[in-house]
Design a protein around this ligand. Sequence first.
Ligand code: COA
Length: 265
Amino acid sequence: MNFETLLFEIENGIAIITVNRPEKLNALNKDVFTDLDDAISEVLNNEQIKSALITGAGSKAFVAGADISEFGGLNLAEAMALSKRGQDIFLKIENSPKPIVAAVNGFALGGGCELAMACHFRLCSDNAKFGQPEVNLGLIPGYGGTQRLTQLVGKGKSMELQMTGSLIDATEAFRLGLVNHVTTSENLIQKTKEILLLIQTKAPLAVGKIIECVNISVISDSTFTNGKTGYEKEIEAFGECFGTEDMKEGTTAFLEKRKAVFVGR
Ligand code: COA
C-alpha cells in the first residue's frame, strides 16, 4: 500500500508501519492520522498480515507528538474532535486482535508516547526518550495518555510525569514497565520482528482473545467491553478456545510430543 506520510511493507506476515516525516520528527498531523487509520484497517483486513510493528523514520524520533502547528485557532468543539479522532485510532490499535508492537527509536513525546502506549507492548532503543510534555504548552494529553500512562506506570508516577512534563530515558522507561525491552538502535527492528515471529507461531485466535481479555482489565470504555468484567470475558473467551481447531491441535501435539502447527481456526 502507498501512503503519503507512512512507509508500509509486509515481511514474513509482519506489517512494518513507519511514520515518515523525519524532518518534523514524525509529528502526527491530520494526514498521518488518515494514513495510520487506513494502515491499521489494512492490518485488520489483510489475511496475509499476522502482526504489525510501528516505528518512526530516521534515527532521532519515533514520534515527537501531535503536530503543534495544527493546534492554532482550534475552538473547543474542534479540539474535542481532534482528541476523539486520536483516541479512536489508538483504540483501534489497542483492540486489534492481531498483535501490534511499537519499536520506539528515539523521542516518543506527547502523541508519540500515546501512540506507543496504544500498542500491545513496546521495545525501545537505548537513546529513546519518553514523556508527556503537553503541560508545557498549557495542555494535557488528549489521545488516551492520561489513562494509558496511569495503567502502565501507576498513578503517582503518571501524575508526576504529566504535571512536570519531564522526559525519561530508556533505562527509566524499562524500570517503570513502560517498555519491555531496551536494545541498540541497530538491533531494535530485528528484535521486535523476532518477538512478533515467535507470537506468529502461536494460535492466532488465542492470541486475539488474550488481547481482548487483558484490554478489558484496563479499558473503561464500555463500547469495547459490552458491559462485561474482565473475569466474565475471560470465562467466555476460554470456553470459545475449546471450539477451535487450533486448541485441538495444540493439546494433541503436546500429548504426541510434537510441535503444534496452528491454522487460525
Ligand atoms: N509538532 C510540530 N513540529 C514539530 C514537533 C511537533 N510536536 N516536534 C518537532 N517538530 C519540528 C520542529 O518544529 C522542527 O521543525 P523546523 O526544522 O521546520 O523548525 C523539527 O521538527 C525538528 O525539531 P527541533 O525542535 O528543531 O529538534 P530538537 O532536536 O531541537 O528538539 C524535541 C527535539 C523533540 C525536544 C523538540 O522538537 C520538541 O520539544 N518537540 C515538541 C515535543 C512536544 O511538546 N510534543 C507534544 C506535542 S502535544
